[in-house]
Design a protein around this ligand. Structure first.
Ligand SMILES: Cc1ncc(COP(=O)(O)O)c(C=O)c1O
Length: 393
């Protein structure tokens, strides 16, 4: 058994690991998808950096951060996905970055088509719909069949590429926040390339949660955050633009602090959260030391599989992602099939079992309840969920 798989089921290890995090007493948190916790060490470093920047103010910011530190931090972020530093610009989050990419993609002309699916994040959907109004393009909205398979997901895109020959650009979500479905990005991006369709990849939930070789995915544009599964302070993200494609993204609204040959001109220029950025090297070191996304993903998948295996065949509950290991991750949604109102069922989970989850709608497969374990979730928490699903169904 590979080390990560063995360690993923070692409750004693994860109980000790959980001591690295301060946790407010309260419900069992199975909604770790909003953002991740920082470890105590990271919190302390962040506090030190807040105090440092507050004391030294613009002297540190202008003499050190703006000159060298921000470049070094950007290089470390680029290293996280294995690309060169000049392919990366730091942003405040994934939404800002993805909006910049969509807004400034300059290869669209009136009459072209752009593609989104039901599983995209709402901000991405609305940014793509915005293109209709400001670029005169037609927005094609497709839905994925349920239950999904690797082949069905790919076939849905292949059909769209044939049916809509004026497609130029599509959004693609690596891990959807609605059900946790993991998209076969590499295969879809390859099919898109055959039809000369560019992909803007939303990697918000993928980075740190699942292992992937970024360059192997074959996408030229992507947006990420660092505050979900990497464990960074809130307000950190980045975009990737393939340096050979930089000219296809305009500087953001005439942005002129950097030359047009510099990716940093593709995002709004503003005062960043300097203390948070200064904390990033420690965050990345902790991420690496614990085994990175391979170790985190193995633990999250173990917890996911523990409850999914226990309820998959039960009547009255439906697990929304398939068991093909290429298509699932720690986040997995479930639906009570005999109850119309999933929000009400999420409230029952909280009221009757002290389990904090979130209802999600917007997927063509229907409303559901998203279960997102975190690195401090225990097997006992998951067993409580299994009991709750069993009793409430
Ligand atoms: C799939 C997906 N994309 C984008 C985002 C936006 O991320 P951020 O909050 O960093 O802007 C989220 C946030 O939950 C998400 O789940």
């Amino acid at each position: 058994m590979p080390d990560n798989t063995r360690r993923a089921r070692d409750e004693a290890f994860w109980l000790t690991f959980a001591d690295r995090y301060a946790i407010e007493p309260g419900p069992v948190n199975l909604e770790n998808g909003y953002f991740g916790r920082m470890s105590r060490t990271v919190v302390e470093e962040y506090q030190r950096n807040i105090e440092l920047i507050n004391r030294s103010n613009s002297v540190h910011a202008r003499q050190r951060f703006d000159r060298d530190e921000s470049l070094e931090i950007r290089a470390q972020v680029a290293g996280l996905v294995g690309v060169c530093a000049d392919a990366v610009a730091l942003t405040r989050n994934a939404s800002d970055g993805l909006q910049s990419l969509i807004r400034n993609y300059n290869r669209l002309k009136p009459g072209d088509q752009v593609l989104i699916c039901d599983l995209e994040y709402d901000t991405v959907k609305s940014a793509m719909r915005w293109l209709a109004r400001y670029r005169g393009v037609e927005v094609i909205e497709i839905e994925h069949g349920h239950p999904a398979s690797f082949d069905s997901l790919l076939a849905t895109y292949r059909d769209a590429f044939v049916r809509y020959p004026r497609l130029k650009l599509m959004a693609l979500t690596h891990v959807t926040h609605r059900t946790g479905l993991v998209m076969p990005v590499k295969a879809i991006a390859a099919a898109a390339r055959e039809h000369a369709v560019d992909v803007i990849l939303d990697g918000a939930h993928a980075l740190g949660q699942i292992e992937f070789d970024f360059e192997d995915l074959g996408v030229s544009f992507a947006g990420y955050n660092l505050h979900k599964w990497i464990g960074a302070p809130l307000t950190l993200g980045f975009i990737y633009i393939n340096p050979e494609r930089l000219a296809d993204i305009d500087p953001d609204m005439g942005e002129m602090h950097f030359p047009t040959t510099d990716i940093r001109a593709r995002t709004p220029h503003s005062t960043p959260n300097i203390p948070a950025l200064l904390t990033l090297p420690l965050v990345l070191e902790e991420h690496r030391t614990m085994g990175g996304s391979a170790a985190k993903g193995a633990r999250l998948n173990y917890l996911r599989n523990r409850w999914v295996r226990a309820v998959r065949e039960l009547s009255g509950v439906e697990v929304m992602t398939p068991d093909d290991p290429r298509l699932y991750c720690g986040i997995t949604s479930v639906r009570f099939t005999r109850h119309a109102d999933q929000q009400a069922m999420a409230e029952r989970l909280l009221k009757d079992y002290n389990l904090f989850t979130i209802a999600r709608s917007g997927a063509a497969s229907g409303p559901c309840i998203r279960i997102t374990p975190g690195l401090t979730t225990t097997a006992a928490d998951i067993d409580l969920l299994i009991r709750a699903l069993n009793e409430l169904r």
